[in-house]
Design a protein around this ligand. Structure first.
Ligand SMILES: Nc1ncnc2c1ncn2[C@@H]1O[C@H](COP(=O)(O)OP(=O)(O)OP(=O)(O)O)[C@@H](O)[C@H]1O
Ligand SMILES: [Mg+2]
Length: 281
């Protein structure tokens, strides 16, 4: 569990005119949930996940993971990476080893795992992201953009963190690639009972996988709640430059036209189920 208490972060504390990137952040991330972190560009999403993963130290406030204050200087990076793993935006640019296998092995090696454990973790992680043994000895630089992204994600998964954070993991991928990565991460979450925090600009992606949503606006937390709680406040979301999924807009229009369909529909799959019921009814 992560507890963020009264956290503030300024990139340039010496220049107060620039203001804080995030301010008054109070947030609890519970175990075994899929969170989506949404918000307009520049609202502070990346800053917040860097704070939660210990890469930035708050200018004010405290952050606890499983009751441990991660800002405490005595905390070892290695202990922190076991708890929380981050996949940054466009992580494929950070691949650097000669082979896919050694790239994914880098994290578990640094955690001090033995050879057998490293192999086991690399195999599991690559399987999770849909890359079989034929990729192990290939140079990551010979792969497609989408495959590189998978290798980078596997590198973090192989550290087997309790909380997996992904900053826009589907950005720049084609629709099939997006859906595959989303369902792989969702499956990993369900199988291992970990928590996931996914930064996303796509409300369609959010609706497919998240059960909780955190909304940021201008450096503050504007809303938190279940997917339905947040998506039911479409006017508030609009006012922050955000939208609800396209299909939910169609459903709202149908309701305005006196079609008797429930409003909590956020995915095409659910819409098909509900519309079929109406047609059969
Ligand atoms: N390295 C940096 N140095 C100075 N200011 C920064 C730095 N990184 C971000 N900021 C500022 O902090 C604020 C929050 O930025 P952040 O990158 O956290 O937003 P974001 O919600 O992740 O945006 P996006 O959706 O575009 O990725 C912005 O005003 C941004 O200009
Ligand atoms: Mg960002």
């Amino acid at each position: 569990m992560i507890e963020v208490k009264n956290v503030c972060y300024e990139y340039s504390p010496d220049e107060p005119s620039l203001g804080a990137a995030v301010e008054d952040i109070n947030l609890t991330v519970e175990d075994n949930h899929f969170y989506s972190l949404i918000g307009h560009t520049g609202s502070g999403k990346t800053t917040l996940i860097q704070l939660m993963s210990g890469l930035l130290k708050p200018t004010a406030g405290e952050i606890y993971i499983d009751g441990i204050n991660i800002c405490d200087k005595k905390i070892k990076t290695r202990d922190l990476t076991r708890k929380i793993g981050v996949v940054f935006q466009y992580p494929e640019y950070q691949l650097f080893e000669d082979t896919v296998f050694s790239d994914v092995a880098f994290g578990p090696k640094n955690l001090g795992c033995d050879e057998a454990e490293i192999k086991n973790r690399v195999q599991k992680a690559l399987k999770t992201v849909g890359l079989d043994e034929s990729y192990y000895e290939i140079s990551p630089f010979e792969l497609s953009g989408g495959q590189k992204r998978r290798v980078a994600i596997a590198g973090t998964i192989a550290m087997e963190p309790d909380i997996l954070v992904l900053d826009e993991p589907t950005a720049g991928l084609d629709p099939a690639g997006r859906d595959e990565i989303l369902s792989e991460v969702k499956r990993l979450k369900d199988e291992r009972g970990i928590s996931v925090i996914m930064v996303s600009h796509s409300m369609e992606d959010v609706a497919k996988v998240a059960d909780r949503v955190i909304v940021m606006n201008k450096g503050h937390i504007a809303m938190t709640g279940t997917l339905s709680e947040v998506f039911s406040k479409s006017d508030e979301l609009y006012s922050m430059g955000l939208e609800i999924p396209q299909i939910s807009k169609v459903i709202l229009k149908l309701r305005e036209n006196n079609v008797n369909i429930k409003s909590e529909i956020y995915t095409v799959k659910d819409a098909v189920t509900e519309i079929s019921k109406l047609l059969k009814g």
